[in-house]
Design a protein around this ligand. Structure first.
Ligand SMILES: Nc1ncnc2c1ncn2[C@@H]1O[C@H](COP(=O)(O)OP(=O)(O)OP(=O)(O)O)[C@@H](O)[C@H]1O
Ligand SMILES: [Mg+2]
Length: 263
């Protein structure tokens, strides 16, 4: 794994990689007039290409808001966000997002749901079909191409959402607690799946999680946000080799540090 880093306002980028996702002095307010809610303030974050960053922080501190801003689903009230050096002004194929719930189209088959994620679909039907099947193989669902979302388990549905997000060949994958609703065993399998896809596809991952072990298992850097209005409180580089073992002493040192910060 290369030596990369994401940093808060007062820190600087370690290593040779320039920032791929740059969140520069971002603030976000919701509402109007006297009913204004400040969700994010003065938030700086530099994420180099290829990092797996997890974002943790209390409920309501602005984690989803931050992902939505990077995705271009919403706009900052202050500051700016760049991806690959380009100002984010809306959604784009360079970014894929996976939400807490799979958000599949219930009327479409698994294959059709993934097909809808292809940026240039419809030009060559055989090529589209091949790409969809390759994505379904990647997430282990090639046998469920003609199933409907209602026939899938929660973990399978999230894997379809993952395949659909990857269909656009994004450079950055934004994950908002995608494994939150899964049972412990499925969750562990999905964590391994995410790591495999990250490592084989050279993606930059930005994931929100409430699970401290998950953050340590997956990420190169853990960003701890403050209470609302959210800003970067701490960035913790996790320099353990992959695959990580949550029973080791080193793993527990990170766990203790995070518990100490959030308790
Ligand atoms: N569209 C919106 N309109 C008004 N307020 C909003 C909107 N979206 C988010 N907020 C407010 O912004 C704050 C941050 O919300 P956000 O969903 O980003 O928190 P979060 O850190 O993701 O929380 P959780 O861990 O519970 O998912 C909250 O106080 C929320 O009420
Ligand atoms: Mg949220």
């Amino acid at each position: 794994m290369r030596n990369t880093s994401c940093v808060g306002k007062t820190a600087h980028v370690i290593g040779k990689e320039p920032g791929f996702v740059e969140v520069i002095n971002v603030g976000k307010r919701f509402g109007m007039g006297t009913r204004v809610l400040e969700a994010l303030t003065d938030l700086d974050l530099i994420i180099p290409a290829g990092d797996f960053v997890t974002i943790i922080g209390q409920s309501g501190c602005g984690k989803t808001t931050l992902l939505r801003l990077i995705a271009g689903l919403d706009h900052p009230s202050e500051g700016q966000i760049k991806v690959g050096g380009k100002l984010v002004q809306g959604t784009g194929w360079d970014r894929g997002m996976i939400f807490q719930e799979p958000r599949l189209f219930p009327w479409a088959t698994v294959a059709h749901n993934v097909d809808l994620g292809l940026p240039d679909r419809g030009q060559d039907q055989q090529a589209d079909q091949d790409r969809v099947m390759a994505l379904l193989r990647l997430v282990g669902l090639e046998d469920f191409a003609i199933a409907y979302p209602g026939e899938l388990s929660g973990g399978m549905a999230q894997r379809v959402a993952l395949a659909r997000a990857l269909a656009g060949s994004p450079k950055v994958l934004l994950l908002d607690e995608p494994l939150g609703a899964l049972d412990a065993v499925t969750r562990m399998r999905m964590q391994n799946e995410l790591l495999r896809i990250w490592q084989t596809r050279a993606l930059t991952m930005v994931a929100v999680t409430h699970d401290l072990d998950e953050a340590i298992l997956l990420s190169t850097q853990i960003v701890v946000l403050s209470e609302r209005p959210g800003t970067v409180r701490r960035v913790i580089p996790v320099d353990l080799p992959y695959p990580r073992d949550r029973t080791t002493l080193e793993f527990n040192v990170f766990r203790q540090e995070l518990v100490g910060m959030l308790a």
